[in-house]
Ligand binder design. Structure first.
Ligand code: GTP
Ligand code: MG
Length: 197
């Protein structure tokens, strides 16, 4: 798929103020600093479209981007940032829970996972919740450029093993690098395919 147009639409805290749910929507979620905003820029080939930072906690709102006037990409704030206050954590949970459960046009959630670490409880629990709620999702391993392919495969296998302990079917997964554009074609082909359904 070619990205002809990518435009920032709006930032929100409330699902009822998001754009009309008339187009398929793909949301990027995962731990703070995992590379959600960077991956949106890599997919769209627009360097500063989503705001990135080397410090965790950069993205704070539900951000909508309209792609090719046909579908939405959504950049969400990250979870699991240890230094955030309890009040912030509660606010995040409320906002995201409402968004995930009430957004009618949500076609798929991309759960981003840092490929450098073995399976983390916070990620496993988040995916457990998505599975239980019946919210469609795939796993996206990020920052693959930071280590060897074999090391990445080891961490991916660790996740797949842990996921298969609780679920008959393990979700589809992608391996990406925003730096090297790894996984771009695969992710866009996946989106194109879901858009057609
Ligand atoms: P929050 O909005 O704070 O939750 O973070 P985020 O998940 O949106 O992460 P962001 O895209 O802002 O990236 C965090 C840091 O990781 C930045 O310094 C990026 O340059 C870096 N980064 C993101 N993706 C990659 C990647 O694929 N490879 C490398 N080497 N660095 C990356
Ligand atoms: Mg971000």
């Amino acid at each position: 798929m070619q990205i002809r147009e990518a435009e920032f639409l709006m930032s929100n805290t409330r699902v009822d103020q998001c754009p009309a749910p008339t187009l398929p929507e793909y949301a990027f979620i995962g731990r703070s600093n995992v590379g959600k905003s960077s991956l949106i820029n890599m997919l769209t080939e627009r360097r500063g479209l989503a705001k990135t930072s080397s410090l965790p906690g950069k993205t704070q709102l539900i951000n909508h981007f309209l792609i090719n006037k046909q579908w939405y990409l959504v950049d969400l704030p990250g979870y699991g940032y240890a230094k955030t206050s309890k009040v912030n954590r509660v606010a995040w949970t409320r906002m995201i829970n409402f968004y995930l459960r009430q957004r009618l046009n949500l076609a798929c959630v991309f759960v981003l996972i840092d490929s450098r670490h073995p399976a983390q409880t916070v990620d496993l629990e988040f995916m457990e919740m998505l599975g239980t709620e019946g919210i469609p999702f795939v796993m996206v391993f990020t920052k693959a450029d930071k280590q060897s392919n074999s090391r990445t495969q080891l961490q991916v296998s660790d996740y797949m093993k842990k996921m298969s302990e609780n679920w008959d079917e393990v979700p589809q997964h992608f391996i990406t690098s925003a730096e090297e554009k790894t996984g771009r074609e695969e992710l866009l082909a996946f989106i194109e395919n879901v858009n057609r359904q």
